[in-house]
Design a protein around this ligand. Structure first.
Ligand code: HEM
Length: 365
């Protein structure tokens, strides 16, 4: 598609698709034309529970800037670096639980429980809630079709009921956690509304969860296709961050993001009218030969590597430093604990059914 129809109009579904790096970059960052808020750009009635739309992910400036600034403090690389000892401890605990003789499932045993425990601790929520977190975040990214819609909406509603209760508790008894910080935070002298607070909690839960799980699992998948990498990383751990960046490019955990045109957009010889849904495919942009020479090669020392896996511009992923740190700690620990070659058995892996994220449900190793 990048070659033949880089800006593709799917007339049947009334959706435009961008595949080239330059167009995806523009779609993600030119917010004056490509809005993140479906309600401001078009006549659009939300389906399903409302607060999900009240997250910064679905806002344009100036409100986006105001609300994002409240959360940036919690996620700067300096603040996140202080979490390293705790993330290492959680990682080691999880790895200690794996029986030496049994089969390792990277997703079940490490890639899933690690980020969900970290984000639960940041939010100040007991990690016994992990199973519920899993169902809720699955529901938020799932694409199981019409039949499953009622179940998904019911899950999302139960998530909001839970967070409403936590917000109430923290109002009464503030703690040292992100939810308590957000409750007292002010924008222009005003506190966040309940719907905005719920939107934040839901966004942090999903964004900090499923995506990082997939980054860890997708890194292992990338190494499996390029077996020499594991030994190189073991001999020279300084190469690990570059390998993670390349895994983000090579198998991007978030495949695409939606935008909504507020005005006509001209991309090459295509004109996208206003009030259109546009899907910017980062997974495709990240393999664009015009940006990445030899794009299908997994090169852990690729320089430069300006992949779009975390987005670009004002919505650039707030959790990128945290995701990078968790992946680095997880992979470093695995390289130490599991010597020799790593092999993913030759069995069909089940992809997660979602248009947004890319990952596998289980990853035996
Ligand atoms: C935004 C990807 C991990 C929090 C984004 C966006 C992408 C992304 C592509 C931009 C969306 C857009 O432009 O519309 C990823 C990937 C991750 C990851 C691939 C892991 C590998 C995390 C973590 C957190 C997080 C760990 C927090 C704990 C956020 C937030 C936003 C965001 C709050 C919204 C930023 C805004 O709209 O201003 N992420 N993310 N993400 N991410 Fe992440």
């Amino acid at each position: 598609m990048r070659e033949t129809q880089p800006v593709y109009h799917d007339e049947e579904h009334g959706v435009w698709h961008l595949f080239r790096y330059a167009d995806v970059l523009r779609g993600l960052s030119d917010y004056a034309v490509f809005s993140s808020d479906p309600r401001s750009a078009m006549e659009w009635e939300p389906e399903g529970p409302e607060p999900i739309l009240e997250s910064i992910l679905r806002m344009d400036p100036p409100r986006h800037r105001q609300l994002r600034s409240l959360a940036t403090q919690a996620f700067t690389p300096r603040v996140v670096a202080q979490l390293a000892p705790r993330i290492e401890a959680i990682t080691n605990d999880l790895l200690d639980k794996i029986p030496m003789t049994g089969e390792l499932d990277v997703v079940r045993d490490l890639a899933y429980p690690l980020p969900v425990t970290v984000i639960a601790e940041l939010l100040g929520i007991p990690s016994e809630m992990r199973a519920d977190f899993k169902r809720w975040s699955d529901a938020l990214v799932s694409d199981e079709g019409e039949e499953a819609r009622d179940t998904l909406f019911a899950e999302i509603k139960s998530m909001y009921a839970y967070f409403t209760q936590v917000l109430e508790e923290r109002r009464q008894h503030p703690q040292k956690d992100l939810i308590s910080d957000l409750l007292v935070a002010e924008v222009d002298g005003q506190h966040l509304s309940d719907v905005e607070l719920l939107g934040f909690c839901a966004l942090l839960l999903v964004a900090g969860n499923e995506t990082t799980t997939n980054l860890i699992a997708n890194s292992i998948l990338s190494f499996d296709r390029n077996p020499e990498v594991v030994e190189r990383l073991r001999n020279d751990p300084a190469l690990i961050p570059g390998a993670i960046e390349e895994a983000l490019r090579y198998i991007s955990p978030v495949k695409a993001m939606a935008r909504f045109t507020k005005a006509e957009a001209v991309l090459g010889d295509q004109r996208i009218p206003e009030k259109q849904v546009v899907i910017a495919w980062m997974a495709s942009a990240n393999r664009d030969e015009n940006q990445f020479p030899d794009a299908d090669r997994f090169d852990i020392q690729r320089e430069p590597n300006r992949h779009l896996a975390f987005g670009h511009g004002i919505h650039f992923c707030l959790g990128a430093p945290l995701a990078r740190l968790e992946a680095k700690i997880a992979l470093t620990a695995m390289l130490k604990r599991f010597p020799g070659q790593w092999r993913v058995p030759d069995v069909p892996l089940q992809p997660i059914k979602s248009e947004i994220v890319f990952g596998v449900k289980n990853l035996p190793m």
